[in-house]
Design a protein around this ligand. Structure first.
Ligand SMILES: [Cu+2]
Length: 143
């Protein structure tokens, strides 16, 4: 299981990401990606949703949440991976206008593992999503 990976390995991966950023190496093909999650209105019994409901990111990626409905949404983490330190990122700002975005950088705050989040205004009617964080590039760091 990935959560049993030694803490030292995770920390090293985080340092590598940070140093790559400092050197401006974001343009490499294996580098960070922009992952889009739309906050949508689809009608029916479960009218609001995150699409896709499950996002898999590597550290260094950015998850861009896009308001695609006409109602207020946000992103609030209800479960964090062990060792995660989201701080203020645990609760995002309210998105109120179509096309408005909220970028969440998957940096050293995000330990490897599974996260669950909801939209606070619509949590009770099932608006929730899952984020899985994998630390890319760890193998190369083990030489
Ligand atoms: Cu919502």
């Amino acid at each position: 299981m990935s959560h049993l990976r030694p803490l030292m390995t995770v920390s090293l991966a985080a340092l590598l990401v940070l140093s790559a950023r400092a050197n401006g190496q974001n343009a490499s093909p294996a580098g960070p990606h922009m992952l889009v999650v739309k906050l949508v209105e689809k009608g029916g019994a479960m009218p609001y949703a995150f699409e896709p409901a499950i996002t898999v990111a590597q550290r260094g990626d950015t998850v861009r949440f896009i308001e695609a409905a006409g109602v207020m949404h946000n992103v609030h983490f209800t479960k964090q991976a062990r060792g995660a330190k989201l701080g203020g990122a645990a609760t995002g700002p309210y998105l109120t206008t179509k096309g408005q975005t909220y970028d969440l950088v998957i940096d050293a705050r995000f330990a490897e593992g599974t996260y669950e989040f909801v939209c606070e205004p619509h949590e009770a009617i099932g608006m929730k999503g899952t984020l899985v964080v994998k630390s890319g590039g760890v193998v190369a760091a083990n030489r």
